[in-house]
Design a protein around this ligand. Structure first.
Ligand SMILES: *Cc1c(COP(=O)(O)O)cnc(C)c1O
Length: 386
């Protein structure tokens, strides 16, 4: 039996050996794409493991097992997108419930909370999650959950996961965390008290800008059973080919993250010494306000570096002159991606709110890819101009 799993293994080994990595029938080196919607039942009184692909499919199951193992959770679930995973997790709440949310949460998460969920009478309060007193002050009699995202986007502010979870559990609240920026390679939050870990797998986990997918991991079986019911009811599952691409991407997560991060550190260090750059946001910089907390809960600083070039005009100049990165939304790919949050991820945010959160008109967000870092720096150097 070559499908093998051993909790003692290191993370890099777990990426490749998680217990359902091979086809058990032929020993094929990869899980096949089971391109079927239904499954023959030899004996209707003893139904097979899978009976219908919305409810379960061996290809999707393999990547669900993989992410659950990597995050250290009880069960994993694969969805059609990160937003599908996040929306499904919010369905753990009921009408009349209240949730406390990181103020600089991902734009799509902000949107569903302030529109659809609000309409369904699920209330949210956005707080500066880096300040535990503000989190505590948001507690109401109907509060049921806390939703975190750390580091946040695009200014990379850090939430103390353990402190928030301890307080949340003392108050009987469910804890959820969007771990897209760090991935389980750098940050495992279930041991810190998170009940539901969420991912846009479109980013680092898929890693190649070729798949849209989302993942959720339940820390325990009871939340796992509820998420399974929701996934089956909502039907917003990842397709088999996307599940397969995602599984393939995850296998190289450790080597990619290691390289992404070492380049991001060099880029951040280069940017801080450059007089053309007004401000640099990266949790690995010595003056980053969340650095100590971040180091207590993560084993790396990630691959996203944001920086302020002073004005919207300068930002546009840089975007028009860079030759290597894609100028695009999204992040976490093998190729570098340069984003302009004021016009992309944070375009929907009122100007004064955006300013108050440090997302000024000159802020650019660099997702450092696997190109040689000297080439990336030389490219940025010429793009920054005189
Ligand atoms: C992209 C992203 C999402 C949404 O994921 P999709 O796959 O685009 O639906 C959620 N959270 C974070 C932090 C993201 O970067």
């Amino acid at each position: 039996m070559a499908n093998h799993r051993d909790e003692q293994h290191q993370f890099e080994t777990k990426l490749l050996h998680w217990g359902s990595e091979m086809d058990p029938h032929y020993g094929a080196s990869n899980v096949p794409i089971y391109q079927c919607s239904t499954f023959h039942q030899e004996d209707v009184d003893n139904p097979p493991e899978h009976d219908y692909t919305r409810s379960g499919n061996p290809t999707r199951q393999a990547v669900e097992d993989q992410i659950a193992y990597l995050e250290g959770g009880a069960r994993g679930f694969a969805f059609a997108s990160g937003m599908a995973a996040i929306s499904t997790a919010f369905f753990l709440l009921s009408a009349g419930d209240h949730v406390i949310v990181t103020e600089d949460v991902y734009g799509g998460t902000y949107r569903i909370l302030t529109t659809l969920l609000k309409q369904m009478n699920i209330e949210s309060t956005f707080v500066d999650m880096t300040n535990i007193d503000e989190v505590k002050a948001a507690l109401k009699p109907n509060t049921k959950a806390v939703y975190m995202e750390t580091p946040s986007n695009p200014t990379l502010r850090i939430t103390d996961i353990r402190t928030v979870c301890d307080w949340a559990h003392a108050n009987g609240l469910l804890t959820m965390l969007d771990n897209t920026f760090m991935t389980p390679y750098h940050q495992k939050s279930i041991p810190l008290g998170v009940d539901v870990v969420l991912h846009s797998a479109t980013k680092f986990l898929g890693g190649h800008s070729d798949v849209l997918a989302g993942l959720a991991v339940a820390a325990n079986d009871s939340i796992g059973r509820r998420l399974k019911g929701l996934q089956n009811s909502l039907g917003n599952v990842a397709g088999q080919f996307d599940s397969w691409l995602l599984m393939r991407g995850i296998k190289t997560l450790a080597v990619r993250m290691e390289q992404h991060e070492s380049s991001a550190r060099k880029l951040a260090q280069w940017l801080v010494t450059d007089p053309r750059v007004v401000n640099v946001f990266y949790p690995g910089l010595p003056n980053h306000p969340g650095r100590v907390v971040h180091e207590s809960q993560s084993k790396g600083y990630g691959a996203i570096v944001s920086f302020d070039v002073g004005s919207g005009e300068r930002a546009r100049e840089v975007m028009s002159k860079v030759k290597l990165p894609l100028v695009a939304v999204s992040l976490g790919a093998v190729e570098s991606i340069l984003s302009y949050p004021p016009k992309m991820s944070h375009a929907a945010m009122p100007q004064e709110v955006r300013m108050a959160r440090g997302i000024t008109d000159g802020v650019l967000r660099f997702s450092v890819g696997l190109e040689n870092i000297d080439d990336l720096i030389a490219d940025l150097d010429q793009a920054l101009g005189k």
